[in-house]
Design a protein around this ligand. Structure first.
Ligand SMILES: [Zn+2]
Length: 322
């Protein structure tokens, strides 16, 4: 026995039961008329139309009928899995692989492990990233006066921006906040790691009673005064922790960056800039549900599946640029 021998990874009916237990944890919701906990009938034995491959049609697992509006649905309707053609068992396997691989898993590898086409694997991975995207309902970081670390990093290059001018203007910038008390993080793709781009993020997501922790970069200077305390480490002088107050540092957020960079360089070598925010959602999700925050692989999977509800993702073919 292993995690992967769970029945919902192999049996279609069990896969739907698993999905329903998460998506409808608070009662079945009809996606057509919105009735919660109304009369719903199981439609068992319904089959798809006959085809050359399946002359008798395939069983439609998880099919329900709403007693109010009389329409049919499954737990996939209204989620990012709705229009995916892959079997639910394989999609749940993919979720598990993505949440349990610390640095991520490439679409090529997903395609090999799941034995599906590369394009299908690529689409599926983006659906799952969308599920991992946080709903943003969380409280501001640093509530109660805790330390919040903020730092920026760069990953890959912008298209069409001259590299020769030096500096960081030609690189894709990422700003990350880590709440040291809760161990949670938030990741943002910004046009430039400038005061203009960073200030709204810092002010919009961190409580004023927090202890703000940054390096000595000038864009944090002015904004630091808005917070109860602003701890700065002088990275330029080789100082990574304040020797008088060892709680002043940005080592936590830098640890998060190192996982992110190893993943982006080692696993996702090519990432179009317009998809970067989805990869950030993936790394943010795994960071926030890491073992140190009390999640094991099963719980992390369930958390990702929870996120498929209420989000829909559609793509044009032109969006596929691997
Ligand atoms: Zn209904």
């Amino acid at each position: 026995m292993s995690v992967l021998s769970s029945p919902h990874f192999h049996d279609d009916a069990k896969a739907y039961e698993y999905l329903e237990s998460i998506v409808w944890a608070d009662g079945i919701v009809c996606p057509h008329c919105g009735t919660v906990g109304g009369r719903v009938y199981d439609l068992s034995g319904v089959r798809t139309k006959a085809s050359v491959k399946n002359p008798e049609g395939k069983v439609r697992h998880g099919l329900k009928k709403c007693g109010e509006c009389r329409k049919q649905f499954t737990a996939k309707v209204g989620t990012v899995f709705e229009h995916a053609r892959l079997p639910l068992t394989k999609m749940l396997q993919a979720v598990h692989l993505m949440v349990s691989s610390k640095k991520g898993i490439s679409a090529h590898q997903l395609s090999r492990v799941l034995e599906v086409q590369y394009k299908s694997a690529w689409f599926l991975a983006h659906r799952i990233r969308e599920a991992m995207r946080s709903g943003d309902l969380a409280q501001p970081f640093g509530n109660g006066g805790g330390a919040v670390e903020v730092d920026e990093t760069y990953i890959g290059f912008k298209k069409g921006v001259d590299m020769k001018r030096g500096g960081t203007g030609h690189k894709r910038a990422v700003v990350t906040l880590v709440d040291r008390e809760t161990g949670k993080s938030k990741w943002f793709h910004v046009a430039n790691a400038s005061a203009a781009d960073i200030h709204p993020i810092v002010l919009g997501n961190i409580s004023r009673e927090a202890r703000l922790m940054t390096d000595e970069a000038t864009m944090y200077r002015k904004i630091g005064a808005e917070f109860a305390e602003h701890g700065k480490t002088l990275h330029g002088a080789g100082q990574y922790v304040d020797l008088n107050d060892r709680t002043i540092h940005t080592n936590t957020v830098e640890g998060a960056f190192s996982i992110f960079k190893r993943g982006m360089r080692g696993v996702y070598q090519h990432c179009a800039e317009h998809h970067l925010h989805r990869y950030l959602a993936e790394f943010e999700f795994r960071y926030n549900t890491r073992t140190a925050n009390g999640f094991d692989d099963r719980e992390r999977s369930a958390e990702a599946v929870k996120g498929i509800a209420g989000k829909r993702l559609t793509y044009n073919q032109s969006d596929i640029r691997a």
